[in-house]
Design a protein around this ligand. Structure first.
Ligand SMILES: [Zn+2]
Ligand SMILES: [Zn+2]
Length: 370
């Protein structure tokens, strides 16, 4: 095998703050990679397309909640790849030449594990994430366990394959946890890719959707949301969503959004603690708050208000094989228009792709790996 295989690797843990003048990629490097010997149940694959996740960005800029990741580490858990070689042991239906996307989260697979015994590896206390616990999809080759392989559905392209994992997070959250109904008014807070995927899936379920963002998002991400026909609202501490809903927001047909300043569902994708605190003022009694984001600090909630309004606040973590199948179906049928959200880069531009993602200049960077 060629000795010139490359990977994009996390190296340092320096905390990089916006506008500090430090390059956002000073913790990372393009490295020459070696492929380890295949162990029992493992396969070698050639990566095709790999997407950059918000968590990859967080790790790259040294956020404390990713300090546990060992460096150096070739990151990447959203990718498509082709099977090149099967290691020793059993591999089920997996064969050389298969195009697949891996389950990002690998459970302990113990029969006694309450999560793994029902095939929900995403909820296993011992779960390991490819690209964090072991080298991942930003290497031109990847070694992984064959039982985490999910073959791409017929009709799905390898580029779309890189979007299956993030979209599966949304299908799990919206279909299994939040149960959005036709005719509902839904707020998606945050207009990154997870926010806009949520907006698309919520609308496909029959909801009318409003997407929020901040001033920084105005020309790119909120604009994208607007082009897709979502109601968009720019929020700030001085002009909160609560205040704007109270003043009255209408859709493009002039029809009021929400009722008396309240909506049916809020899907939290911003990761901003104050936005989650505010959410319980925005949702009507017995409405749903679906929490997909994670937070750098504890979040203060007016729990008494939560009780008095009988709100349902639900968290949703990751996804499992079943959610991958749903996500692939949504792309194959065009329900989720993946091409609209994909920004393609060649591997030579991988550092640029990270820079653009970290600076929120694009929606979803997907890197052609080979
Ligand atoms: Zn991710
Ligand atoms: Zn387990």
């Amino acid at each position: 095998m060629s000795a010139t295989l490359k990977g994009f690797s996390l190296q340092g843990t320096q905390k990089i703050y916006p506008d500090s003048g430090v390059a956002v990629t000073s913790n990372t490097a393009v490295v020459t990679m070696e492929t380890p010997e295949l162990k029992k149940g493992e396969i070698l694959a050639k990566t095709l397309y790999t997407g950059i996740c918000g968590s990859d960005n967080s790790a790259a800029i040294g956020k404390a909640n990713f300090d546990w990741v060992q460096r150096p580490r070739i990151i990447g858990h959203e990718f498509s790849a082709e099977v090149l070689e099967l290691g020793p042991g059993e591999h089920g239906d997996v064969k050389v030449g298969d195009i697949f996307t891996p389950l990002a989260m690998l459970g302990c697979r113990d029969d006694d594990c309450p999560a793994c015994s029902v095939a929900k590896w995403n909820l296993c206390p011992q779960k390991e994430i490819i690209g964090f616990h072991r080298n991942g999809g930003f290497g031109q080759r990847v070694v992984l366990e064959s039982d985490r392989v999910v073959p791409l559905m017929q009709g799905l392209t390898p580029v779309q394959g890189a979007l299956v994992e993030p979209l599966s997070i949304i299908t799990n959250a919206l279909y299994n946890k939040c149960h959005i109904k036709p005719g509902q008014d839904v707020v998606v807070s945050g207009c990154g890719i997870i926010g806009l995927m949520s907006a698309e899936v919520a609308r496909a379920s029959g909801a009318r959707v409003l997407v929020t963002g901040i001033a920084h998002d105005r020309n790119i991400r909120l604009k994208k949301a607007e082009e897709r026909g979502f109601i968009t609202v720019e929020v700030s501490p001085e002009n909160s969503l609560t205040a704007q809903l109270k003043q009255g927001i209408t859709d493009s047909n002039g029809i009021p959004f929400g009722k008396n300043g309240k909506v049916d569902v809020l899907i939290e994708c911003s990761g901003v603690p104050a936005v989650l605190s505010e959410a319980i003022d925005v949702v009507r009694p017995e409405g749903d708050i679906c929490v997909i984001a994670t937070y750098g600090t504890d979040v203060a909630i007016n729990a008494t208000h939560l009780t008095r309004t009988s709100l349902n606040m639900k968290g949703s973590m990751g996804s499992c094989r079943e959610d991958y199948m749903t996500a692939m179906k949504l792309m194959v049928t065009g329900v989720f228009p993946s091409q609209f959200y994909t920004d393609l880069y060649d591997f030579e531009q991988v550092t640029q792709a990270f820079e653009d993602s970290i600076k929120a200049q694009i929606m979803k960077a997907v890197v052609k790996m080979n």
